[in-house]
Ligand binder design. Structure first.
Ligand code: FAD
Length: 469
């Protein structure tokens, strides 16, 4: 029976399959005036749409949510405290993000940085990581420098690194179990929101290479956590969307299916169809695989998306009348080798007197927190904050949680990561267009993959790819 809410289900998808299967190579004589559908209005989709529009293409952006921005969301407290529930930081060498902030007349402010970070390591409080951690970072940076971030599978050691589980490599390399556990939490958790035993050494090396190494990735001032955007990243996404020609963007319209023929491409939504000459799918591969394709995607491309799950992080904010830890000489910035929170930061807004501590929990720790009742979880999180800054952390004005894994149109964060063994076999599929279907999203970036910067660069790369056909 026909379901009026799902018109795409009744369309004769198979009609053109014979005529285009196996020969979806596309050629166009002119790019001016081509019609491009962009799926997703995160930073990648918005960047693609702006680049295409500026090049003269007719663009339609279809976004599932009733807002733009994707993995960014900012909540405001009545006094103006800015709680960024999704992405929040940008840092040096993320040049496209700083350029967009300037172009759209926004500003940045530095992350709160008062005092030295604390390291909760094997029951001790330290200010410096153990010496063997520095040795592991140097080795990782040296290995990462040998990779081409556009083709990490081509490195001579790639196959071996791809079958090496990061956790096992750390246990063999770090010198002792505590350091291995700590580094696993910091690198697999803090960077990819996954577990060290779920990740290949090669994927971590690719990630490091794309950002320039452990220093730029892990640093606050001088690193990826240096600055925040006044108004939050959603303010930038909204301005990017507002710069698109009227009628370009349609919200609350998930794309359910994409059909392509030798003549064009159609995106099917719950309420109708949009036709174009090309489509840019600006989603994490795990989300892109939930769209139905006609003809079905090649085996290797589908195989890739089956092997690229989203990370699993919980980001929680505890709000206090003041950043009381500063008076005790504590920065609020901590990393930990055990417990539910791998990292905490002082996330207070400079224009507000309130103090904000933000904590991150990853992988199995995040899963355990999700299993708890909200009261158990609150207790567990506040105990963890108290370990960093003392018992006053136990009584916040507010505790704000947001779980991106529970979001239908995100399903995890910070980004998707290839599982062990996948780069070697499926790596070339990550960006390779399939006929008229082009892939964007931060996961396809070669520079700052997993970050807002990577999302923008990937969107602009996909736009250039469409225009170059
Ligand atoms: C808690 C958290 C903290 C983070 N911290 C940082 C940080 O500090 N700095 C940083 O740079 N990055 C950070 N990130 C990562 C950053 O948010 C992402 O790299 C970036 O937002 C990805 O952008 P994107 O456009 O590639 O994907 P997305 O933002 O996921 O955009 C995809 C869009 O597509 C939509 N969509 C999904 N399915 C469909 C469909 N079928 N049809 C139509 N639309 C669809 C979604 O609603 C979404 O709007 C963080 C992420 C999270 C969640």
């Amino acid at each position: 029976m026909r379901d009026p809410t799902l018109p795409w289900r009744d369309q004769p998808f198979d009609r053109h399959r014979e005529s285009c299967a196996g020969r979806l190579r596309v050629s166009r004589a002119v790019t001016d005036g081509i019609r491009v559908i962009v799926v997703g209005a995160g930073f990648s989709g918005l960047a693609a749409a702006l680049a295409l529009t500026r090049a003269g293409a007719h663009v339609r952006v279809l976004e599932a949510r009733d807002r733009v921005g994707g993995r960014v969301l900012t909540r405001w407290l009545p006094d103006g405290t800015q709680l960024d529930l999704g992405a929040q930081w940008i840092g040096p060498t993320q040049d496209r993000m700083y350029a967009l902030v300037a172009e759209h007349r926004l500003a940045t402010f530095p992350s709160a940085a008062v005092g030295a970070p604390t390291l909760l390591w094997a029951g001790q409080r330290r200010t410096e990581p153990p010496a063997q951690a520095g040795r592991v970072f140097r080795l990782l940076d040296e290995y990462a420098a040998r990779l081409d971030p556009a083709a990490p599978w081509q490195a001579p050691e790639a196959t071996q690194w791809d079958r090496t589980i990061l956790g096992g490599w750390l246990r063999a390399t770090a010198g002792d179990g505590d350091t291995a556990d700590y580094l696993g939490r910091l690198l697999a958790g803090g960077l990819l929101a996954t577990g060290a035993d779920e990740l290949s050494l090669l994927h971590l090396l690719f990630y490091l290479r794309s950002a320039g190494g452990t220093g730029p990735l892990l640093g606050m001032a001088g690193g990826a956590q240096q600055d925040r955007i006044v108004g939050g990243p959603p303010a930038l996404a909204e301005r990017m969307a507002a710069a698109l020609p009227p009628g370009t963007l349609t919200l609350a319209t998930p794309v359910r299916a994409i059909a392509q023929t030798i003549d064009g491409v159609t995106a099917w939504t719950n309420t109708g169809r949009v036709d174009g000459d090309a489509v840019v799918v600006a989603l994490a591969p795990a989300l892109a695989s939930r769209i139905r394709y006609d003809p079905p995607l090649p085996a290797l491309r589908d195989g890739l998306t089956q092997r690229m799950p989203m990370g699993s992080a919980l980001k929680v904010h505890a709000v206090y009348p003041e950043p009381f830890w500063r008076a005790d000489g504590l920065s609020g910035v901590a990393t930990s080798s055990a417990g539910p929170l791998t990292e905490t930061v002082d996330n207070s807004t400079p224009t507000s007197p309130l103090g904000v501590l933000t904590g991150f929990s990853y992988s199995s720790n995040a899963a355990a927190l999700r299993e708890m009742s909200s009261e158990q979880r609150r207790r567990c999180l506040l105990d963890a904050f108290a370990t960093v800054v003392g018992p006053r952390a136990g009584d916040p004005m507010e505790l704000v949680e947001y779980d991106w894994s529970a979001e239908e149109w995100t399903r995890g964060c910070f980004s998707g990561a290839l599982t062990p063994g996948t780069w070697s076999t499926y790596g070339p599929q990550l960006r390779a267009p399939v006929g008229r279907v082009h892939w964007a999203g931060t996961e396809t970036a070669t520079r700052w993959t997993g970050y807002l910067e990577g999302a923008v660069r990937a969107g602009e790369r996909a736009a250039a790819e469409v225009l170059a056909v």
